[in-house]
Write a protein that binds this ligand. Structure first.
Ligand SMILES: CC(C)(COP(=O)(O)OP(=O)(O)OC[C@H]1O[C@@H](n2cnc3c(N)ncnc32)[C@H](O)[C@@H]1O)[C@@H](O)C(=O)NCCC(=O)NCCS
Ligand SMILES: Nc1ncnc2c1ncn2[C@@H]1O[C@H](COP(=O)(O)OP(=O)(O)OP(=O)(O)O)[C@@H](O)[C@H]1O
Length: 199
């Protein structure tokens, strides 16, 4: 089973691109969603998060996202501590998910931190979705109703497109000057070719 990582900075359009791959029948694992799930259901992880960040981390048994974001996106050490707790649980969830994907020629792992968390090393190749920083900021401001400063705080916690492009196997330009579908179709064909060659 060919495993393809897909990443890009906040607002680059990873989720949008993955929706096109899903129309083509490709199973997609969304790491952000998996992180949300394990942080609300993995009891061992819940205990560790409360021990690390305090009882306010959960309200009525649900993750207090705003509270946790306020801590970790303003403190590198706290962000590293959160990642060290959450990422292994997301890796385990991905392994379990992949084992259940028996029919697809390849699968996608959508992860904002594919390179930062080193999980690209567990994939056969990767796609980096790129867009100019200002466009990414404008997109997230419109989508999440947040300020440019709030987007930049998160953007600054991620590797730059330039750093990621050195590690990525494929680039997908999502700057609204190039159509997405032709780029996705070309990658889709490439991954099917790679998976058939591996038979
Ligand atoms: C801190 C949390 C609770 C804030 O939740 P919130 O709903 O405000 O943001 P959300 O999860 O939707 O993230 C929005 C964007 O922030 C960025 N982001 C999220 N986590 C991180 C991180 N650990 N480091 C850098 N950027 C991050 C991503 O671009 C993400 O798409 C949440 O981001 C979280 O649990 N992060 C740790 C888990 C993680 O690393 N998730 C990414 C898996 S690849
Ligand atoms: N090519 C495009 N044209 C117009 N809008 C776009 C395009 N690509 C993405 N968007 C919009 O920009 C916003 C961010 O896109 P998306 O959510 O796919 O990015 P993301 O990389 O998954 O972001 P995050 O890291 O925050 O999850 C969304 O509202 C999406 O609809």
């Amino acid at each position: 089973m060919l495993k393809v990582g897909i990443t890009g900075g906040i607002g680059s359009g990873k989720t949008t691109v993955c929706m096109i791959f899903e129309v083509l029948g490709t199973p997609v694992f969304y790491a952000d969603d998996a992180a949300r799930t394990v942080m609300n259901t993995d009891n061992d992880l819940v205990k560790k998060l409360i021990a690390a960040f305090g009882n306010e981390t959960y309200i009525n048994g649900l993750l207090n996202r705003k509270y946790l974001a306020g801590i970790v996106f303003n403190n590198a050490a706290k962000l590293a501590e959160l990642n060290a707790l959450v990422h292994p649980a997301v890796f385990r969830a991905f392994d379990k998910w992949v084992a259940a994907q028996t029919r697809a020629p390849y699968v996608l792992k959508e992860a904002a931190l594919l390179f930062e968390s080193d999980s690209y090393k567990l994939c056969d190749t990767s796609i980096l979705v790129t867009a100019p920083a200002e466009l990414k900021i404008a997109r997230v401001m419109a989508r999440d109703k947040v300020s440019a400063a709030e987007v930049r705080v998160r953007m600054d916690k991620q590797l730059s497109d330039e750093q990621k492009s050195r590690l990525a196997g494929h680039l997908l330009v999502n700057d609204e000057t190039q159509l997405l579908v032709p780029q996705v179709l070309s990658l889709h064909e490439e991954f099917i070719r790679l998976s058939v060659a591996a038979l």
